[in-house]
Design a protein around this ligand. Structure first.
Ligand SMILES: [Ca+2]
Ligand SMILES: [Ca+2]
Length: 332
């Protein structure tokens, strides 16, 4: 499985948008308060949760958090509806801790670290087990642990795994740049470092323009960050029609590119069955990365993660990421 989840929040204009991907209480709002002065973070007022659909016994991850004053941010690792453990980033006490159960549960490990009104990136490793559980914690991409605990009880249910992930806060905390991977696969199977989730948007026409724009040029209808719903859009009812778009520069040259996550929001505008896909071009390699279920008249999110450049079979390069073309295709 390797990469499990990444989220940068730049795309969501409101809680209804976020509910297309996150469920079970997607309250909250986007914020332009970010660590790098671009894009958006998210201020949760409920508990956005993603059902991962797989039981994970070990997880590596990263999250960027800013808490102000005496606020607290929480990451939740659920087995079903029960938090196995919770990561609590607490500027009231100046500590980051892993708690058994919810954010107020028994402390498994704790360290002084969070600073009020200060963006920090936290990396964690958790092994879920009632006797041989592990909790390791790093900060800001460091390669050494602040906390190294083994032989712990890191579960609340009878199971040594989690399968749902969520986050929350008290008052106003900013959450951004979430990344989770497990230990399987050839890549993204260990510490991910201080991850930045950068959102690219269309900046021009690519090698195919077959959809019909609601206004202006096709790519200009889908270049919005955050998403602007039906203010402008492209549509087609012809099977095989595809749009491809040139994509924006990353705006950063730092670090290793750990993958490309491609997203599309799609719906149908009339009765009848219709499926859509995400079309992708990298160099000489063109493919449909993912096809949707039968569309409904409400927006659905399609996504596909490419850990490696499909044109080279190797890790992505910056030029590879910036020269890819992405767009919708009418599958059936
Ligand atoms: Ca962001
Ligand atoms: Ca648009």
């Amino acid at each position: 499985m390797a990469h499990i989840l990444s989220e940068g929040f730049d795309w969501a204009a409101n809680s209804s948008d976020l509910a297309v991907r996150w469920n079970a209480g997607t309250g909250g709002s986007p914020s332009t308060t970010t660590a790098f002065g671009t894009g958006r973070s998210w201020i949760p007022s409920g508990t956005p949760i993603i059902d991962l659909g797989v039981n994970y016994s070990e997880i590596f991850g990263s999250v960027r958090v800013r808490c102000d004053g005496t606020d607290r941010a929480f990451l939740y690792f659920y087995d079903g509806g029960t938090q196995q453990v919770s990561l609590r980033i607490d500027t009231a006490t100046g500590t980051t801790s892993l708690r058994r159960g919810n954010q107020d549960g028994t402390t498994i490990g704790s360290v002084y670290g969070p600073i009020s009104a200060f963006w920090q990136s936290w990396q964690f490793r958790i092994v879920f087990h009632n006797t041989t559980g592990v909790f390791e914690l790093r900060r800001n991409g460091a390669t050494t642990n602040m906390i190294s605990l083994s032989g712990q009880n890191t579960r609340s249910t009878a199971n040594n795994y989690f399968n749902r992930f969520g986050f929350a806060c008290t008052n106003t905390c900013y959450i951004d740049d979430i990344w989770l991977n497990d230990t399987t696969g050839a890549s993204n199977n260990s510490w991910c470092g201080d991850i930045r989730v950068i959102t690219q948007v269309p900046t021009g026409a690519g090698s195919s323009t077959q959809f019909t724009p609601s206004t202006g040029s096709n790519w200009q209808c889908v270049d919005d960050m955050p998403n602007n719903g039906e203010t402008d859009y492209v549509q087609s009812s012809t099977v095989g029609h595809k749009d491809l778009y040139a994509m924006s520069a990353l705006g950063s040259t730092a670090g290793t590119i750990r993958g490309v996550n491609v997203f599309g929001m799609v719906k149908k505008m009339d009765a009848g069955a219709r499926t859509a896909g995400i079309r992708h071009v990298s160099g000489a390699t063109e493919s449909t990365l993912v096809s949707s279920d039968a569309l409904s008249s409400s927006y659905m999110l399609m996504s596909s993660h490419q850990a490696l450049d499909p044109n080279t079979g190797l890790a992505w390069t910056q030029s590879g990421v910036e020269s890819q073309q992405i767009g919708p295709i009418v599958v059936a």
